[in-house]
Design a protein around this ligand. Structure first.
Ligand code: C2E
Ligand code: CA
Ligand code: CA
Ligand code: CA
Length: 272
C-alpha cells in the first residue's frame, strides 16, 4: 500500500542520513537507482583476531547519486523497507555482492562474505530460491556466505524468520545476529535460532575503554557466544587499544575503521 501511495503522489520522504543532515529521498529516484544499477557494493574487512589475518568482509550498499554523491544506506534502507523497494534492493544486493565474490574466488581469494538481510524479505515468496539461485549463478559456495539479520528483524516474526533461515542454513549458509545487544532481544530466540555468529553492537564496543560497564557487557556477550559454540564479532573497533582488549577477552573477529573502512568492492578485491 505504501508502495502504491508513494508512487501515486511522488511523495518525498524526510530522512536523516548518518551525518544527521536532513536528506529528502524521493521514491522515484530510489526506484530508478535500483533498476538502473546506480547502487554500489562497498566491502569492509572483518579481521580474524585469533589468527591475525583477514577473516571475511561485509557488503554495505551505497547509492551513487547524480547530485548528492555517495548516499549512505541509513538514508535509503528505511524508505525501501517502508515501500517494498527492499525486495528488488535485496535481489540486487545479493547478486551484486556474489558477482564481486566470484571475481575474488577466481583470483584465489575464497573469503567469506556477509550480506545484510532485512526482515521484510522473509515474507517474500521465493526468497530462499532467489538466494540459492544467485549462489548457483555465480558459483559461490554457500559455506562462504553469512546472512546478517538484526535481533529486531527476528523478533518481529520469530516463527517466520526461523523457518526461512533454517532452510538457508540447511543449504550451508551461515547466519549472524547483527547489532546484538541493541535490539528488543529475548533469550528465547537464541535457544532455537540457527545462528553461527553474534555481532556485538558498536554502541558497546565504542565505550569499552571509558565505561567499565560497557566493557563487562562486551565480555558477557563474548562468553555467551562461546557457551553457544558460536563466534563473537565486535563491530565498530576504531583503535588498537580496543582491539587489544577484545583479543584479551577472547573475541573471535573484529570489524571497524581500525582494521579498514568500507571501500568500493573493485578496489577492495584488487587489494587482496
Ligand atoms: P550494519 O550492518 O550495522 O553495518 C555496520 C555499519 O557501521 C556500516 O555503516 C559501517 O560503515 C559502519 N562502521 C563500520 N566500522 C565502523 C567504525 O569503526 N566506526 C563507525 N562509527 N562506524 C563503523 P553503513 O555502511 O552506513 O550501513 C548502515 C546500515 O545499513 C548497516 O548497519 C545495515 O543495517 C544497513 N545496510 C547496509 N547495506 C545494506 C544492504 O545491502 N541491505 C540491507 N538490508 N541493509 C543494508
Ligand atoms: Ca551488518
Ligand atoms: Ca551491525
Ligand atoms: Ca547497525
Amino acid at each position: 500500500v505504501a508502495f502504491a501511495r508513494a508512487q501515486q503522489s511522488g511523495e518525498h520522504y524526510a530522512l536523516y542520513s548518518s551525518h544527521e543532515e536532513r536528506a529528502e529521498v524521493p521514491f522515484d529516484d530510489l526506484r530508478d537507482a535500483i533498476l538502473n544499477n546506480r547502487l554500489e557494493v562497498h566491502l569492509q574487512p572483518i579481521w580474524d583476531l585469533r589468527k591475525q589475518c583477514l577473516g571475511g568482509m561485509e557488503s554495505l550498499a551505497r547509492w551513487n547519486h547524480r547530485e548528492r554523491g555517495l548516499v549512505p544506506p541509513d538514508a535509503f534502507i528505511p524508505l525501501s523497507e517502508q515501500t517494498g523497494l527492499i525486495v528488488p534492493l535485496t535481489r540486487w544486493s545479493v547478486n551484486a555482492t556474489l558477482r564481486h565474490c566470484a571475481t575474488a574466488f577466481k583470483a584465489g581469494h575464497g573469503l567469506p562474505v556477509s550480506i545484510n538481510l532485512s526482515a521484510r524479505v522473509f515474507h517474500e515468496q521465493g526468497i530462499v530460491e532467489q538466494v540459492l539461485g544467485a549462489l548457483n549463478l555465480w558459483e559461490v559456495p554457500p559455506e562462504s556466505v553469512v546472512l546478517e539479520v538484526t535481533e529486531n528483524a527476528i523478533m518481529e516474526d520469530p516463527v517466520l524468520s526461523a523457518r526461512v533461515l533454517e532452510r538457508l542454513r540447511d543449504k550451508g549458509l551461515r547466519i549472524a545476529i547483527d547489532d546484538f545487544g541493541a535490539g528488543y532481544a529475548s533469550f528465547s530466540y537464541l535457544k532455537q535460532f540457527p545462528a553461527s555468529e553474534l555481532k556485538i553492537d558498536r554502541s558497546f564496543v565504542k565505550d569499552m575503554l571509558v565505561d567499565p560497564r560497557a566493557a563487562q557487557l562486551v565480555r558477557a556477550m563474548i562468553d555467551l557466544a562461546h557457551h553457544l559454540k558460536i563466534d563473537a564479532v565486535a563491530e565498530g573497533v576504531e583503535d588498537k587499544e580496543t582491539a587489544d582488549r577484545l583479543i584479551g577477552m577472547g573475541c573471535d573477529f573484529g570489524q571497524g575503521w581500525y582494521f579498514g573502512r568500507p571501500q568500493p568492492a573493485d578496489t577492495f578485491i584488487a587489494s587482496l
